[in-house]
Design a binder for this molecule. Structure first.
Ligand code: FES
Ligand code: FES
Length: 170
């Protein structure tokens, strides 16, 4: 076994903020951020589908930017602020996006939903009201096998324009 593979298995300290709380951990340099979030932090709301950057289900916010956590190593998050889907609800109240996804039937099995929510939060945090085309372009980075996307689009639009949603007419 080479020195490189021995070093690869040595754990490195990782210090970061997750959903506003400081977290200290250790990870092998090759450990994916998605695995660190799920396995070490027990935040299993971040889903892992393809593990190669295609499906978008592992999306989290990294210093406010939506990233695919399966394409990053945990050690790259050292010093960063990470937000996962678990950080969206406040004081027991769902985030408005979560409420509108429910009202507009923006999900079925829910596997893709955490990633879509995090990319939607990034989009809405810009303060600009997205056009339907911009929402579609954002969603082009997320695979959903269940909903047909119409309910998802309406759910995101509803947050910007209350009463837009057609209550699941998709
Ligand atoms: S699991 Fe990361 S993009 Fe599919
Ligand atoms: S709700 Fe099932 S994959 Fe999107």
């Amino acid at each position: 076994m080479s020195n490189l593979s021995v070093q690869d298995k040595e754990k490195v300290k990782v210090s970061l903020s997750v959903n506003g709380r400081g977290v200290e951990g250790e990870a092998e340099p090759r450990k994916l951020l998605s695995d660190f979030i799920r396995d070490d932090l027990s935040l299993t709301g971040t889903h892992v589908g393809c593990e190669h950057g295609v499906c978008g289900s592992c999306t989290v916010l990294y210093n406010g930017k939506a990233v695919r956590s399966c394409l990053m190593f945990a050690v790259q998050a050292n010093g960063a602020e990470i937000q996962t889907v678990e950080g969206l609800a406040k004081d027991g109240e769902q985030h408005p996006l979560q409420q509108s996804f429910t009202e507009c039937h923006g999900l079925q099995c829910g596997f893709c939903t955490p990633g879509i929510l995090m990319s939607s939060v990034e989009m809405l945090n810009s303060g600009e009201e997205p056009t339907r085309q911009e929402i579609k372009e954002m969603l082009s980075g997320h695979l959903c096998r269940c909903t047909g996307y119409t309910g998802i689009i309406e759910a995101i639009e509803k947050v910007c324009k209350p009463n837009e949603c057609k209550e699941g007419e998709n």
